[in-house]
Design a protein around this ligand. Structure first.
Ligand code: TYD
Length: 241
Protein backbone atom coordinates (compact mmCIF):
# COMPACT_ATOMS: atom_id res chain seq x y z
CA UNK A 1 0.00 0.00 0.00
CA UNK A 2 1.37 3.45 -0.91
CA UNK A 3 1.89 6.27 1.53
CA UNK A 4 -1.27 8.25 2.21
CA UNK A 5 -1.48 12.00 2.58
CA UNK A 6 -0.75 14.05 5.63
CA UNK A 7 -2.65 17.34 5.90
CA UNK A 8 -2.40 19.63 8.92
CA UNK A 9 -4.34 22.70 10.01
CA UNK A 10 -2.54 25.37 11.98
CA UNK A 11 -3.07 28.86 13.32
CA UNK A 12 -3.13 30.86 16.53
CA UNK A 13 -5.97 30.28 19.01
CA UNK A 14 -9.41 31.39 17.89
CA UNK A 15 -9.00 31.23 14.10
CA UNK A 16 -11.87 28.75 13.75
CA UNK A 17 -9.53 25.91 12.83
CA UNK A 18 -11.51 23.05 14.37
CA UNK A 19 -14.76 24.00 12.61
CA UNK A 20 -12.93 24.25 9.30
CA UNK A 21 -11.25 20.90 9.85
CA UNK A 22 -14.60 19.20 10.47
CA UNK A 23 -16.07 20.70 7.29
CA UNK A 24 -13.02 19.73 5.27
CA UNK A 25 -13.23 16.15 6.55
CA UNK A 26 -16.88 15.99 5.40
CA UNK A 27 -15.87 17.24 1.97
CA UNK A 28 -13.09 14.69 1.57
CA UNK A 29 -15.29 11.83 2.77
CA UNK A 30 -17.92 12.85 0.22
CA UNK A 31 -15.24 12.53 -2.42
CA UNK A 32 -14.92 8.90 -1.35
CA UNK A 33 -11.57 9.29 0.42
CA UNK A 34 -10.69 7.57 3.68
CA UNK A 35 -9.95 10.28 6.20
CA UNK A 36 -8.50 9.93 9.67
CA UNK A 37 -9.30 13.04 11.69
CA UNK A 38 -7.09 13.65 14.69
CA UNK A 39 -5.61 16.42 16.81
CA UNK A 40 -2.62 17.58 18.83
CA UNK A 41 -1.76 17.66 21.58
CA UNK A 42 -3.76 14.44 21.91
CA UNK A 43 -5.06 11.96 19.39
CA UNK A 44 -4.30 8.91 21.58
CA UNK A 45 -5.23 7.84 25.12
CA UNK A 46 -1.85 8.83 26.51
CA UNK A 47 -1.77 11.98 24.38
CA UNK A 48 -5.15 13.16 25.66
CA UNK A 49 -3.88 12.78 29.22
CA UNK A 50 -0.82 14.83 28.39
CA UNK A 51 -3.12 17.37 26.72
CA UNK A 52 -4.99 17.86 29.99
CA UNK A 53 -1.75 18.75 31.77
CA UNK A 54 -0.71 21.10 29.00
CA UNK A 55 -3.97 23.02 28.66
CA UNK A 56 -5.30 23.10 32.23
CA UNK A 57 -5.14 26.56 33.73
CA UNK A 58 -4.43 24.76 37.03
CA UNK A 59 -1.05 23.71 35.57
CA UNK A 60 1.24 26.36 36.92
CA UNK A 61 4.95 26.99 36.52
CA UNK A 62 5.45 24.51 33.69
CA UNK A 63 8.81 25.45 32.24
CA UNK A 64 8.92 26.18 28.49
CA UNK A 65 11.25 23.25 27.92
CA UNK A 66 9.02 20.89 29.93
CA UNK A 67 6.09 22.12 27.83
CA UNK A 68 8.00 21.38 24.63
CA UNK A 69 8.98 17.90 25.80
CA UNK A 70 5.37 17.09 26.72
CA UNK A 71 4.20 18.27 23.28
CA UNK A 72 6.73 15.94 21.68
CA UNK A 73 5.93 13.08 24.04
CA UNK A 74 2.28 13.28 22.96
CA UNK A 75 3.43 13.55 19.35
CA UNK A 76 5.69 10.48 19.58
CA UNK A 77 2.73 8.43 20.78
CA UNK A 78 0.46 9.93 18.14
CA UNK A 79 2.91 9.10 15.36
CA UNK A 80 3.33 5.53 16.51
CA UNK A 81 -0.32 4.77 17.24
CA UNK A 82 -2.21 6.80 14.66
CA UNK A 83 -0.34 8.84 12.06
CA UNK A 84 2.18 6.36 10.67
CA UNK A 85 -0.20 3.35 10.58
CA UNK A 86 -2.88 5.45 8.83
CA UNK A 87 -0.44 6.77 6.26
CA UNK A 88 0.83 3.25 5.64
CA UNK A 89 -2.74 2.15 4.94
CA UNK A 90 -2.88 4.91 2.31
CA UNK A 91 -5.35 7.09 4.22
CA UNK A 92 -5.59 10.86 4.44
CA UNK A 93 -4.56 11.98 7.90
CA UNK A 94 -6.14 15.32 8.79
CA UNK A 95 -4.63 16.69 11.97
CA UNK A 96 -5.74 19.71 13.97
CA UNK A 97 -2.16 20.95 14.61
CA UNK A 98 1.17 19.12 14.39
CA UNK A 99 4.85 20.07 14.53
CA UNK A 100 4.53 23.62 13.15
CA UNK A 101 2.60 24.43 16.34
CA UNK A 102 5.65 23.54 18.42
CA UNK A 103 7.86 25.73 16.28
CA UNK A 104 5.41 28.65 16.48
CA UNK A 105 4.28 28.32 20.13
CA UNK A 106 7.35 26.95 21.88
CA UNK A 107 10.04 28.13 19.44
CA UNK A 108 8.73 31.67 18.88
CA UNK A 109 6.02 32.18 21.54
CA UNK A 110 8.06 30.77 24.44
CA UNK A 111 11.32 31.90 22.80
CA UNK A 112 12.99 28.49 22.93
CA UNK A 113 14.30 29.11 19.43
CA UNK A 114 13.97 27.26 16.16
CA UNK A 115 17.02 25.05 16.64
CA UNK A 116 15.85 23.54 19.94
CA UNK A 117 12.47 22.63 18.48
CA UNK A 118 13.97 21.27 15.29
CA UNK A 119 16.28 19.03 17.31
CA UNK A 120 13.25 17.31 18.87
CA UNK A 121 11.56 17.22 15.52
CA UNK A 122 14.41 15.41 13.83
CA UNK A 123 14.34 12.67 16.47
CA UNK A 124 10.60 12.27 16.88
CA UNK A 125 8.99 13.17 13.56
CA UNK A 126 11.91 12.36 11.26
CA UNK A 127 10.59 12.23 7.74
CA UNK A 128 6.94 12.06 8.76
CA UNK A 129 6.28 15.66 7.77
CA UNK A 130 3.00 17.12 6.52
CA UNK A 131 2.42 17.12 2.76
CA UNK A 132 0.12 20.11 2.98
CA UNK A 133 -0.45 22.60 5.79
CA UNK A 134 -3.30 25.09 5.86
CA UNK A 135 -2.38 28.06 8.00
CA UNK A 136 -5.45 29.97 9.17
CA UNK A 137 -4.30 33.49 9.71
CA UNK A 138 -5.89 36.23 11.76
CA UNK A 139 -4.44 39.10 13.82
CA UNK A 140 -4.30 38.14 17.52
CA UNK A 141 -6.51 40.99 18.68
CA UNK A 142 -9.37 39.40 16.66
CA UNK A 143 -8.59 35.75 17.24
CA UNK A 144 -8.16 36.12 21.00
CA UNK A 145 -11.51 37.83 21.32
CA UNK A 146 -13.07 34.81 19.60
CA UNK A 147 -11.09 32.30 21.65
CA UNK A 148 -12.03 33.94 24.93
CA UNK A 149 -15.72 34.23 24.05
CA UNK A 150 -15.71 30.53 23.25
CA UNK A 151 -13.97 29.67 26.50
CA UNK A 152 -16.46 31.57 28.60
CA UNK A 153 -19.37 29.95 26.72
CA UNK A 154 -17.95 26.55 27.58
CA UNK A 155 -16.93 27.64 31.05
CA UNK A 156 -13.67 25.86 30.31
CA UNK A 157 -10.75 25.45 32.67
CA UNK A 158 -8.45 24.51 29.77
CA UNK A 159 -7.23 27.91 28.85
CA UNK A 160 -3.55 28.04 29.68
CA UNK A 161 -2.60 29.21 26.18
CA UNK A 162 -5.53 31.59 25.64
CA UNK A 163 -4.53 33.30 28.85
CA UNK A 164 -1.24 34.36 27.35
CA UNK A 165 -1.36 37.97 26.26
CA UNK A 166 -1.53 39.48 22.81
CA UNK A 167 2.29 39.82 22.70
CA UNK A 168 2.70 36.06 23.06
CA UNK A 169 0.22 35.37 20.27
CA UNK A 170 1.90 37.98 18.07
CA UNK A 171 5.15 36.08 18.39
CA UNK A 172 3.35 32.82 17.62
CA UNK A 173 1.75 34.35 14.55
CA UNK A 174 5.09 35.73 13.42
CA UNK A 175 6.51 32.22 13.78
CA UNK A 176 3.75 30.70 11.67
CA UNK A 177 4.15 33.35 8.98
CA UNK A 178 7.88 32.73 8.92
CA UNK A 179 7.30 29.00 8.41
CA UNK A 180 4.92 29.84 5.55
CA UNK A 181 7.48 32.16 4.01
CA UNK A 182 10.20 29.50 4.15
CA UNK A 183 8.02 26.68 2.84
CA UNK A 184 5.53 28.17 0.38
CA UNK A 185 5.10 24.83 -1.42
CA UNK A 186 3.77 23.09 1.65
CA UNK A 187 2.21 25.83 3.76
CA UNK A 188 -0.77 27.66 2.30
CA UNK A 189 -2.08 30.77 3.97
CA UNK A 190 -5.82 31.05 4.48
CA UNK A 191 -7.24 34.40 5.53
CA UNK A 192 -9.50 33.50 8.42
CA UNK A 193 -11.34 36.80 8.91
CA UNK A 194 -14.43 36.06 6.81
CA UNK A 195 -17.52 33.91 7.19
CA UNK A 196 -17.17 30.18 7.89
CA UNK A 197 -18.46 29.20 4.43
CA UNK A 198 -16.13 31.61 2.69
CA UNK A 199 -13.07 30.31 4.53
CA UNK A 200 -14.14 26.73 3.86
CA UNK A 201 -14.42 27.51 0.14
CA UNK A 202 -10.79 28.77 0.13
CA UNK A 203 -9.68 25.64 1.96
CA UNK A 204 -11.51 23.23 -0.35
CA UNK A 205 -10.03 24.93 -3.37
CA UNK A 206 -6.51 24.61 -1.99
CA UNK A 207 -7.00 20.97 -1.03
CA UNK A 208 -8.71 20.00 -4.28
CA UNK A 209 -5.93 21.65 -6.29
CA UNK A 210 -3.37 19.86 -4.19
CA UNK A 211 -5.05 16.48 -4.73
CA UNK A 212 -5.29 17.13 -8.47
CA UNK A 213 -1.56 17.99 -8.52
CA UNK A 214 -0.77 14.81 -6.62
CA UNK A 215 -2.54 12.60 -9.10
CA UNK A 216 -0.28 13.85 -11.88
CA UNK A 217 2.90 13.08 -9.94
CA UNK A 218 4.42 9.97 -8.46
CA UNK A 219 3.48 9.52 -4.82
CA UNK A 220 7.12 9.43 -3.80
CA UNK A 221 7.66 13.17 -4.32
CA UNK A 222 5.31 14.86 -1.89
CA UNK A 223 7.63 17.84 -1.42
CA UNK A 224 7.19 18.94 -5.01
CA UNK A 225 3.46 18.31 -5.24
CA UNK A 226 0.92 21.07 -5.49
CA UNK A 227 2.97 23.87 -7.10
CA UNK A 228 -0.22 24.94 -8.82
CA UNK A 229 -2.00 25.79 -5.60
CA UNK A 230 -3.31 29.37 -5.34
CA UNK A 231 -1.06 32.38 -4.96
CA UNK A 232 -1.15 33.22 -1.29
CA UNK A 233 1.89 35.45 -0.95
CA UNK A 234 3.05 38.10 -0.23
CA UNK A 235 2.34 37.81 3.45
CA UNK A 236 0.04 40.35 5.09
CA UNK A 237 1.64 43.44 6.55
CA UNK A 238 0.55 45.75 9.31
CA UNK A 239 -2.29 43.60 10.63
CA UNK A 240 -1.87 44.06 14.32
CA UNK A 241 1.83 43.38 14.72
P1 TYD B 1 -6.00 23.36 20.18
O1 TYD B 1 -6.50 22.01 20.40
O2 TYD B 1 -5.90 23.83 18.78
O3 TYD B 1 -6.85 24.35 21.05
P2 TYD B 1 -8.26 24.92 20.68
O4 TYD B 1 -8.99 23.91 19.87
O5 TYD B 1 -8.83 25.18 22.04
O6 TYD B 1 -7.93 26.17 19.91
O7 TYD B 1 -4.53 23.50 20.80
C1 TYD B 1 -4.31 23.55 22.14
C2 TYD B 1 -3.22 24.52 22.47
O8 TYD B 1 -1.96 23.87 22.45
C3 TYD B 1 -3.12 25.72 21.56
O9 TYD B 1 -3.19 26.89 22.36
C4 TYD B 1 -1.76 25.61 20.95
C5 TYD B 1 -0.99 24.72 21.88
N1 TYD B 1 0.06 23.91 21.24
C6 TYD B 1 1.40 24.23 21.45
O10 TYD B 1 1.71 25.20 22.16
N2 TYD B 1 2.37 23.46 20.88
C7 TYD B 1 2.08 22.37 20.13
O11 TYD B 1 3.00 21.68 19.61
C8 TYD B 1 0.70 22.05 19.91
C9 TYD B 1 0.33 20.84 19.09
C10 TYD B 1 -0.28 22.83 20.49
Amino acid sequence: MGRGLFITLEGIDGTGKSTQLRLLAQHLKKRGLTVRVTREPGGTGVGERIRKILLASSTRRLSPLAELVLMYAARAQHLEEVIRPSLERGEIVLSDRYNDASLAYQGYGRKLGVETVRAFDRIICGDTQPDLTLLLDLPPRLSLRRARARQSRRNSKQERFERQGVEFHRRVRRGYLEIARLEPQRVKLVRAGGAVAEIQAQIRKLVDNFLAGRRKRPLTHPATAGDNVGAVHPLPKGEGW
